[in-house]
Design a protein around this ligand. Structure first.
Ligand code: FAD
Ligand code: PHB
Length: 401
């Protein structure tokens, strides 16, 4: 097979890139190693920045988002039993976030891809990328009994943190910046109507807790737990006890309890590989960087990376200029590092460290008090939470829709 852009991975990054390229007349093949049901059912992120929502609308994949997405103008930060609302829309000139599950985003993007009739292989086995230093890199894989080779101009490595693209870059090329945290998140989906219209980030002496949602009937909740915690140790009763202990506010607010329909533990990590490119291989999304989920940035960074990549590929095919491709990594990393910093800050502000001293505790309470009482501090959180501007926007990119 021959294509212009070979895309490894059908997560948000790969699928969004494929659609942006399609709209601009650029050919692609998407190769995914999991099956379609697995990709669509995987429960992950839920918060879309304003820019991600705008991008999905601009490229015509927002029908589900517009119908079922929940726009949130504010967010709560809770500590010492009191919830404090930060009015993001008022502080950012009308910007907001939208709660719409990542699996819904992926489902809608797969439907859009299939409607274009451009190739998307699920259940590809033994995926490998090769000749990335040359002008004709390849993706090899098996599909059923058939061995395939896709010859490409460029490969987009959108295969997540555990994919094959980043490890195929020769040793010594990438600088790795990494931090792990001494905790993880236990997350649940519950059949319970959300008891707040907006998210609640809680700091409690027993650790962090987060109230979120997926729909008017489904609540999504998270608890700080040890990093290698086994989910087997958490019966549904124990989960609800801990959730209610940490989240119940002095005014009586608490999450509604319901049947738990999904639960799992996620480790937390900050990670950046730089540059996000080697030869004709470009890394995007989790393949290049991971943020702890406290800032709700992972999916949004994947979207902003591929917008920059699509813009660069359009310039490459229209004028033969590699100038934008050469700037790809630098443009993405500026935004990535700011999201890294924000995610690290939200994480350290709201989680309890195992070796915390009474000084650390008082300083943290003062931090939270400042954050929730200073307009400047609230504005800083709000503008980062709704998403900082990117050098490349859909309009400035001149992309077609
Ligand atoms: P992915 O979504 O990981 O997509 C990569 C795709 O590549 C996958 O479909 C994978 O199956 C495929 N792939 C992997 N290896 C290969 C291969 N060898 N060949 C072909 N295909 C391959 N972010 C938040 O903001 N909030 C959250 O609550 C949150 N929770 C998360 C929970 C978990 C368990 C994980 C792993 C991530 C979570 N994230 C969260 C982060 C967010 O989901 C990611 O940032 C987002 O999925 C990035 O999109 P992506 O397309 O770059 O990568
Ligand atoms: C979610 O709804 O899954 C969610 C919300 C906010 C976060 C992380 C995850 O910071």
């Amino acid at each position: 097979m021959r294509t212009q852009v070979g895309i490894v991975g059908a997560g948000p990054a790969g699928l969004l890139l494929g659609h942006l390229l399609h709209l601009n007349g650029i050919d692609s093949v998407i190769v995914e190693n999991r099956d379609r049901e697995y990709v669509v059912d995987r429960v992950r992120a839920g918060v879309l920045e304003q820019g991600t929502v705008d991008l999905m609308r601009a490229i015509g994949v927002a029908a589900g988002l517009d119908r079922r997405g929940l726009r949130h103008d504010g967010v709560y930060v809770s500590f010492d039993g009191r919830r404090h609302r930060i009015d993001m829309a008022e502080l950012t000139g009308g910007k907001a976030i939208t709660v719409y599950g990542q699996n819904e985003v992926v489902r809608d993007l797969i439907d859009a891809r299939i409607a274009t009739t451009r190739p998307l292989y699920f259940e590809a086995q033994d995926v490998e990328v090769g000749a990335i230093d040359s002008a004709a890199p390849t993706i090899r894989f098996r599909h059923g009994d058939t061995a395939h080779e896709v010859r490409c101009d460029v490969i987009a490595g959108c295969d997540g943190f555990h994919g094959v693209c980043r490890p195929s870059i020769p040793a010594g090329v990438l600088a790795i910046y990494e931090r792990t945290y001494p905790f993880g998140w236990l997350g649940i989906l519950a059949e319970a109507a959300p008891s707040s219209e907006e998210l609640v980030y809680t700091y409690h002496d027993r650790g962090f807790a987060l109230f979120s949602m997926r729909s008017p009937a489904i609540t999504r909740l998270y608890l700080q737990v040890p990093p290698d915690e086994s989910i087997e140790r958490w019966s549904d009763d124990r989960i609800w006890n801990e959730m209610l202990t940490r989240m119940t506010a002095s005014d009586g607010w608490r999450p509604n309890v319901g049947r738990i329909v999904q639960k799992g533990v996620t480790p937390m990590r900050s990670f950046v590989a730089a540059p996000m490119r080697h030869g004709r291989l470009f890394l995007a999304g989790d393949a290049a960087h991971i943020v702890p989920p406290t800032g709700a940035k992972g999916l949004n960074l994947a979207a902003s990376d591929v917008l920059v990549l699509a813009r660069a590929l359009k310039a490459f095919y229209e004028s033969g200029s590699a100038e934008w491709l050469d700037r790809y990594s630098e443009i993405c990393l500026r935004r990535v590092w700011k999201a890294q910093r924000f995610s690290w800050w939200m994480t350290t502000l709201l989680h309890k460290l195992p070796d915390e001293t009474p000084f650390d505790h008082q300083r943290r309470i003062a931090d939270l008090d400042y954050l929730t009482s200073s307009r400047a501090a609230m504005t800083s959180l709000a503008e980062q939470y709704v998403g900082l501007p990117s050098e490349v926007t859909f309009e400035s990119a001149g992309l077609l829709h």
